[in-house]
Design a binder for this molecule. Sequence first.
Ligand code: DQA
Length: 146
Amino acid sequence: MDVLVINGPNLNTLGTREPEVYGSTTLAVIEAGLVAQGAAAGLDVDTFQSNHEGAIIDRLHAARSDGTRFVIINPGAFTHTSVAIRDAFAAVEIPFCEVHISNVHAREEFRRRSYLADQAVGVLAGFGAFGYTMAMEFVIDQLKGQ
Ligand code: DQA
């Protein structure tokens, strides 16, 4: 596989979770769209969602040997807390984009801090579910011809 899309805690509830903040698109629809977008560009896309920090770290470790060339991650609330996910990215040395559906900079103060952002190739926040599409377009351009 070429691209791994990871979604963290509570993102499995997209569609019904605070729709005024996160919109009404479900994670299944987002993931299917990203798989199709990647396939149209000749890329294999795998998706993974977990509410558990350790499971996300285990999936990142596996990515090191399964051919993953780029990760798109919405770490959910782990963005603001997880030194362990930051360290996992440093360990596997796979480039990644960080995506947030909401504009984390326009919300509570604690959401402005990310333990991953300075290690990411780039960060998208506030564009709704379209942020994932934008990130995938960037990844397609990055991997083109590699
Ligand atoms: C989020 C923003 C986080 O602060 C929050 O904990 C989430 C979702 C977003 O996509 O906007 O779970 O990552």
